[in-house]
Design a protein around this ligand. Structure first.
Ligand code: PMP
Length: 365
C-alpha cells in the first residue's frame, strides 16, 4: 500500500506527513473548547482528471471563518489550492478512485478534501506544562494550526435518496440563534447542534399514516410479524431557526419549489436565517436563474415545506438531493420533481466536466 499523506501545519509538524503520524496533542485548545473552523471540498473525476469544484471559494470561506475567530492564516486561497492539488497527487487518489469504482467497492466515489484550522497546543514558554497547563478558555494565547486531509467518499445521503428522494424530518433542535454562535463561520462548534439534529433523524422511524402505526403497534404487541407498508426511515433533519422559520439541514441548504399556475418559483431561506452561506447554494441560485427560474430568498414557514411541489437539499456532499417526504408527509407527488432534476442535471453536468464550465468553477489538477 502506498504511503498516504496529510498536510500539517502544527507546532511540531510541517508539510506532508504520513497518515499514521498525523496527530495533534490532546491538550490542543480545539479538543476542549471547539475552537476550530473547517471546509468540505469536492473533487470530481472527469475525463481530464480530477477537477476541484470551486476550491478557491471554499478556501476563501475558510479564511473568513477563521477571521471571525481571530485566527490568522499564513496562506491565501491560491497557496491552499496548490497544496491541495499536490496532496491529491501524492496520495494517488485518482488511481484509487478508478480502482474502487471498477471493483464495485464504492458506487459513486469522489475526492473529499477536509481542511481544518484550529487553536492548537502551546509548546514553547512552558518548560513544565504540568505545573500550569496552558488551557484556559481564552484561545488568543494558543497558536493557530491547521491540516488538510483528502480521501474518497461515496454518496452522502445514499444512492437511494438521490434516485427516489430522501425521507427526512423536522428536528426538535433549533438551529443556532443569531448572536450565539455565528453560522457564517463553518465552525466545528456549529456541528454540536447539527449532530443532535442528525442523530434525531437517524434514530427516528416515521409511520406514514395513523393506520400504519396502529397496525404495527398491534403486531408488535401480539408478537406477530408485520410487513412494512408505509414506514419511512429518515436520513436527515431540517432545522428551524430560533424564530421557527426553516433554516437548513444538518449539512445542507434547503430549496422549495412552488408552482404558480404553470410557472415554477424557487424559494430558499435568506442568509439571516442562521444558515451557512453554502457554495452549492450559491451555484444553484446562479444555475436556476440562468435556466429562467425566479429564485426568492425569503423566510419559509414550516407549512410551506409540507405544501411545496418540490423540496431539495444542496451541499458539497449532498450535491442536489431531492426530498420526497418530511415528517411522513409526502411532498408533491412523492417523487423527485421536474425542476429539482433539471437543476441537478445541470449542476452535476458542470461539476463532472460533462457540460461547459461556463462559470469557471472547475480547477483541474
Ligand atoms: N449547511 C451546513 C450546516 C453544512 O454543513 C453544509 C455543508 N458544508 C452546507 C450547508 C452546504 O454548504 P456547501 O454547499 O458549501 O457545501
Amino acid at each position: 500500500m502506498a504511503i498516504r499523506y496529510i498536510y500539517m501545519h502544527t507546532f511540531d509538524k510541517k508539510g506532508f506527513v504520513p497518515w499514521e503520524e498525523a496527530t495533534i496533542h490532546v491538550l490542543s485548545h480545539v479538543i476542549h473548547y471547539g475552537s476550530g473552523v473547517f471546509e468540505g471540498i469536492r473533487g470530481y473525476r472527469t475525463k481530464e482528471g480530477i477537477a476541484i469544484f470551486r476550491g478557491k471559494d471554499h478556501y476563501l470561506r475558510l479564511i473568513k471563518s477563521a477571521k471571525i475567530y481571530r485566527m490568522e492564516l499564513p496562506f491565501d486561497e491560491n497557496k491552499f489550492m496548490e497544496i491541495t492539488k499536490e496532496l491529491i497527487k501524492k496520495n494517488g487518489l485518482m488511481e484509487t478512485l478508478d480502482e474502487v469504482k471498477s471493483s464495485g467497492r464504492m458506487k459513486n466515489p469522489f475526492v473529499y478534501i477536509r481542511p481544518v484550522v484550529f487553536r492548537g497546543y502551546i509548546s514553547e514558554e512552558y518548560d513544565d506544562p504540568v505545573i500550569q497547563p496552558p488551557l484556559g478558555v481564552n484561545p488568543l494565547k494558543n497558536p493557530t494550526e491547521f491540516f488538510i486531509a483528502a480521501f474518497l467518499w461515496d454518496d452522502y445521503l445514499g444512492e437511494k435518496a438521490i434516485r427516489e428522494g430522501a425521507d427526512i424530518i423536522t428536528s426538535s433542535w433549533s438551529r443556532l440563534a443569531p448572536n450565539t454562535i455565528p453560522t457564517f463561520a463553518k465552525g466545528v462548534a456549529n456541528y454540536a447542534n447539527a449532530q443532535l439534529a442528525k442523530m434525531e433523524a437517524e434514530l427516528t422511524i416515521v409511520a406514514g399514516s395513523y393506520e400504519e402505526k396502529l397496525r404495527l403497534k398491534k403486531a408488535f404487541e401480539n408478537g406477530e410479524k408485520a410487513s412494512l407498508e408505509d414506514v419511512r426511515f429518515p436520513v436527515e433533519s431540517i432545522q428551524l431557526n430560533s424564530e421557527g422559520y426553516v433554516s437548513e439541514g444538518a449539512g445542507e441548504n434547503v430549496f422549495v419549489v412552488k408552482y404558480e399556475g404553470s410557472k415554477a418559483r424557487i424559494y430558499t431561506p435568506p442568509l439571516y436565517a442562521s444558515i451557512l452561506p453554502g457554495i452549492t447554494r450559491d451555484s444553484i441560485i446562479t444555475i436556476a436563474r440562468d435556466l429562467g427560474y425566479d429564485v426568492v430568498e425569503t423566510e419559509i414557514p414550516r407549512g410551506m415545506l409540507y405544501t411545496a411541489d418540490e423540496v431539495f437539499f444542496t451541499g458539497t456532499a449532498a450535491e442536489v438531493t431531492p426530498i420526497r417526504s418530511i415528517d411522513g408527509i409526502v411532498i408533491g407527488n412523492g417523487k423527485p420533481g421536474e425542476v429539482t432534476l433539471k437543476i441537478r442535471e445541470e449542476y452535476v453536468g458542470i461539476a463532472r466536466g460533462e457540460r461547459e464550465d461556463r462559470y469557471g468553477w472547475l480547477e483541474y489538477i
